[in-house]
Design a protein around this ligand. Structure first.
Ligand SMILES: [Zn+2]
Length: 170
C-alpha cells in the first residue's frame, strides 16, 4: 500500500490507519514510522509490554497509550545516550545494530532486566523478534514456525518447559 493512501487517524499510536498487521511489522515499516528498525522495535514493544505479534487492530485504549509512551521513552533515552557517547566531531564510530544496555534485542537467553526471565528470540522471514515471555506474552512462548512444524505437539508452551528441554539430560 503506498504511503499517500494511508488515512491519517488522530489518536492512533501510529498517526495513520495502519493496515492489519503485527506491531513488529508496523513499527519497522518506514511508511508508518521512519527510522525504527529491528532493534528499537524490539525495545519499544518490550517497554510497552506488548507481544511483537499482536495485531494492530487488537489494541485496547490502555495498550495504545502504553505503546505511544514506550516509543517516546525508548527513542528519547537512546537519542540522549547515543548523543552523549558520540565523539566531539559528532560522527559516531562502530555503528552497530546492537547496543550495550538493550533490554531484549540481541540478548537471546540472557535475563530480562525487568523480571529475569531468559529473553526469547523468534526468527521469521528475514527478520527476528526478541521478547520476554513473562513481560510481553503472559508467559506464552511464540511458536517459531519452522521449529514448531518440526516439533509439532512437542513445542514447549512456557519458558520453564523450554529451558528444561535445553538442559542436558542426566
Ligand atoms: Zn521480563
Amino acid at each position: 500500500m503506498p504511503w499517500h493512501t494511508l488515512k491519517r487517524v488522530p489518536g492512533n499510536p501510529y498517526g495513520v490507519e495502519v493496515p492489519w498487521r503485527t506491531h513488529k511489522r508496523a513499527l519497522t515499516d518506514p511508511r508508518t514510522l521512519s527510522g525504527i528498525g529491528n532493534a528499537y522495535s524490539d525495545e519499544i514493544l518490550h517497554r510497552a509490554r506488548l507481544s511483537p505479534f499482536r495485531q494492530t487492530h487488537q489494541l485496547a485504549p490502555d495498550e495504545t497509550a502504553r505503546l505511544f509512551a514506550a516509543a517516546c521513552a525508548v527513542l528519547g533515552e537512546w537519542t540522549d545516550r547515543l548523543r552523549a557517547a558520540a565523539p566531539p566531531d559528532g560522527l559516531p564510530t562502530g555503528v552497530t545494530a546492537f547496543r550495550e544496555g538493550f533490554a531484549v534485542h540481541g540478548r537471546h537467553r540472557q535475563p530480562c532486566p525487568v523480571c529475569a526471565t531468559p529473553v526469547q528470540r523468534i526468527v521469521y522471514a528475514q527478520n527476528e523478534a526478541n521478547y520476554c515471555a513473562t513481560c510481553q506474552t503472559g508467559g506464552r512462548l511464540l511458536a517459531d514456525r519452522a521449529l514448531s512444524r518440526l516439533l509439532k505437539a512437542d513445542w514447549p508452551r512456557t519458558v520453564d518447559e523450554l529451558e528444561a528441554l535445553r538442559r542436558p539430560r542426566a
